[in-house]
Design a protein around this ligand. Sequence first.
Ligand SMILES: Cc1cc2nc3c(=O)[nH]c(=O)nc-3n(C[C@H](O)[C@H](O)[C@H](O)COP(=O)(O)OP(=O)(O)OC[C@H]3O[C@@H](n4cnc5c(N)ncnc54)[C@H](O)[C@@H]3O)c2cc1C
Length: 480
Amino acid sequence: MCAAFAAHETGARVLVLERAPEAECGGNSAFTGGATRFAFKNIDEVREVLTLTEEEVANTDFGTYTEEEFLEDMGRMTQYRCDPDLTELFVRNSRQTLAWMKSKGVRFDAMWARQSQKVNGRVKFYAGLICATWGAGQGLVESLHKIAKTLGIAVRYETAATELIRENGRISGVIAEANGETFELRAGAVVLACGGFESNAEMRARYLGPNWDLAKVRGTRFNMGDGIRMALDVGAMPFGHWSGAHAVGWDMNAPPFGEREIGDLFQKHSYLFGIMVNANGERFVDEGADFRNFTYAKYGHEILKQPGMFAWQIFDAKVNHLLRDEYRIRKITKAEAPTLEELVPKLEGVNVERCMKTIRDYNAAVRQDVEFNPVILDGRGTKGLAVPKSNWANVLDTPPFHAYAVSCGITFTFGGIRVSTKAAVQSVAERDIPGLYAAGEMVGGLFYFNYPSGTGLVSGAVFGRIAGSQAASHALTGRN
Ligand SMILES: Cc1cc2nc3c(=O)[nH]c(=O)nc-3n(C[C@H](O)[C@H](O)[C@H](O)COP(=O)(O)OP(=O)(O)OC[C@H]3O[C@@H](n4cnc5c(N)ncnc54)[C@H](O)[C@@H]3O)c2cc1C
């Protein structure tokens, strides 16, 4: 939709094809919590995106999150594999793109509930992420579609692009399918923004590896890798981490695809305040390695690798107030008991004896000489465990004890196609394919191994805006 707005602004006539019916439009974007990461140096730059009252400004420490910090987070998360040119373009355009969306009528709010804590009477944000779209992903998609309607941008629902039309080396439209009919749609340029292959079990198994076909899909059922396939068919260059994906701990009994009324709430992201055990009753990751924002997207894969592909997160009552909203929904796989001896046998599939030993060893290893502080990397870890916990370690000793079963939920795939800094799709010969642009999940080269939270939507917006304006210029002038 950002591509559509930008193309419209540049003077082109725009048609959006949406494979989903209207009630399910908006792809993964509609399932998000709306977290949007952008770089800011001071409160004035925060206010370019967020609408805040004077009181909110006075009572809140948003900190700063410079472009350099954002670039460093992208590098650190991706083991410094992210493409430098695309990443820099993305980071340096993050704030102004959101401000541009705001100018179109999209509303952003501070991410109060999920990214801040009250410390000494003042609200403090952490991990560089301060912003979310109003009404989360649903609110975002509703507002984008409302704006499109106002601008006169047509959207054809239940219409899937199936093939690109190429004439004399240029892309001049798509073959589409609706109601069982196939037809041609001619256009001066095409922007592909139809997600990765996360919804496609065959492609997941083929590219991500064994058992990924069994992962639950957190979002839309419509991102089948169509855009990537269509681009490859006309000679686009594959790019990025094709065997990598964003995946999280997701309720073990969640349905195979996302549920819009639940949105992202099947996720269980407060593992850093407890421990996670597998079927053998053993811990398998450092739950407190970093802020949730920098570990959650790779821990889904760690869960997939465990026997039976599940894990239980265990907490005591001391941290109840720190657990995120998703722990208070009705559709949840939860066990609770007044003692650990009663809780552990309730953890379906878990070796009871070994789990009890894991908890005893963990409790004995907690460094109680260091103060617990949830808004900083507090260094309150464990001593002497084979699998350490580096921060936020607390003895599990306060009843009632509670635990949550998770399996792997895939969010989106990292592999895609190569685009230029003008969002033009590049061929295997590293030349722009005239008339073809891409944005969003299908852009390869940004994410490898891991992902800093709140960057998917902004990537879609930044590359969407560039792709839309470049596609419109191409359509109007015939030049790339
Ligand atoms: C549960 C969940 C929570 C998330 N939370 C966040 C978050 O808080 N912040 C964040 O930044 N990111 C988050 N993400 C990631 C984020 O959703 C994606 O990175 C981003 O939305 C991708 O945007 P996109 O435009 O590339 O794809 P999508 O938003 O998925 O849009 C793709 C569209 O293409 C359509 N389509 C597919 N194939 C075709 C075809 N052949 N023809 C026509 N249309 C087609 C689909 O129906 C869909 O409408 C989350 C994802 C999920 C699943």
